[in-house]
Design a protein around this ligand. Structure first.
Ligand code: NCD
Length: 309
């Protein structure tokens, strides 16, 4: 039986192409399961999973919890507000708690980049990174690619543009790694101040003109401006940002083709995307949410199968 090349899901950076294929094939199976009248399988009855969220989350947390419950795992939850987290101290505490609770797997969202790596070095549990600061968000990138594959048949050779706040986005970095691994052509687009200086070193095209980016792409992944990660002003006003980098129906209609629109959520309607675009047939935003559960079931299942009791 095939298995993942990694013991933890800390970032897409650590995966290979075969890992992604295996996760997608496993997710295909679970997607079928979650559309049955009885949406549950007994696969992980002997596994305990802790969801540790040190940063706010709606869909990612719900999605993981649902995935775990549909696999019949025992689930415990911990949430802390961002302000109460101090680097180091809290993680060491976390480590000790996990060790004494005999948890098999930890899903963690944390504001510090590398928090998952740190945890994986100190506890004897499988770790899934559910977002570490502005670094990586691997399950989001996996569900994004899976949703593109579902809509367009494949990710390979497709032109994908990631639009918006690339600088502060863990979704952007994980998506770049995942898409490149699968042979997609990747572009980032946004105001210069929100594009990291050396981003082209990752093998992506860089564009500051949204219309040109949309003319080039098959898929546009629209990111939220991460105001909570900004201590200075990166653009004059939200209104100006929306005018230059917001996707509107008029803009989409001005293209000579129909492109697919994605968004990881939460959406700021009227900023990076207008409501008529978000709710249109071109958008696969809710498919992404549905696929998120199947992808997370696949990742959890595949990592759990590497646990030696
Ligand atoms: C993203 C996140 O938290 O990184 N959302 C998500 O996980 N669905 C993106 C965002 O917050 O804009």
């Amino acid at each position: 039986m095939s298995e993942l090349s990694v013991d933890h899901l800390l970032g897409i950076k650590y995966l290979n192409k075969k890992d992604i294929q295996l996760i997608f094939e496993t997710a295909d199976h679970f997607k079928e399961v979650i559309n049955r009248p009885i949406k549950k399988v007994p696969s992980l009855r002997d596994i305990t999973i802790a969801n540790l969220f040190f940063e706010n989350s709606t869909r990612t947390k719900l999605s993981f919890e649902l995935a775990e419950k549909r696999l019949s795992a025992d689930v415990i939850n911990f949430s802390a507000s961002q302000s109460s987290v101090k680097k180091g101290e809290t993680l060491i505490d976390t480590v000790n708690n996990i060790l004494s609770m005999k948890v098999d797997m930890v899903v963690m969202r944390h504001p510090n980049p590398g928090a998952g790596v740190f945890l994986s070095q100190h506890v004897n549990a499988k770790i899934i990174n559910a977002g570490d600061g502005a670094h990586e968000h691997p399950t989001q990138a996996l569900l994004d690619s899976y949703s593109i594959r579902e809509r367009l048949g494949t990710v390979t050779n497709k032109n994908i543009v990631i639009v918006g706040d690339i600088l502060h986005s863990r979704v952007a970095l994980s998506n770049i790694y995942a898409l490149k691994l699968q042979g997609a052509n990747v572009m980032v687009c946004g105001p210069k101040t929100l594009l990291p200086k050396y981003i082209s070193n990752l093998g992506v095209k860089v564009e500051t003109n949204l219309k040109k980016a949309l003319e080039w792409c098959d898929v546009a992944n629209m990111l939220r401006v991460q105001n909570e990660r900004m201590d200075i002003s990166y653009f004059p006003s939200t209104r100006e940002y929306a005018q230059q980098y917001g996707v509107t129906k008029a803009l989409l209609n001005s293209l000579d083709k129909s492109i697919t629109i994605m968004h990881p959520g939460p959406i700021n309607r009227g900023v990076e995307i207008t409501s008529d675009v978000a709710d249109s047939d071109q958008a696969i935003i809710l498919d992404q949410v549905e696929n998120g559960v199947a992808i997370r079931m696949a990742v959890i299942y595949l990592l759990a199968s590497k646990i030696k009791h």
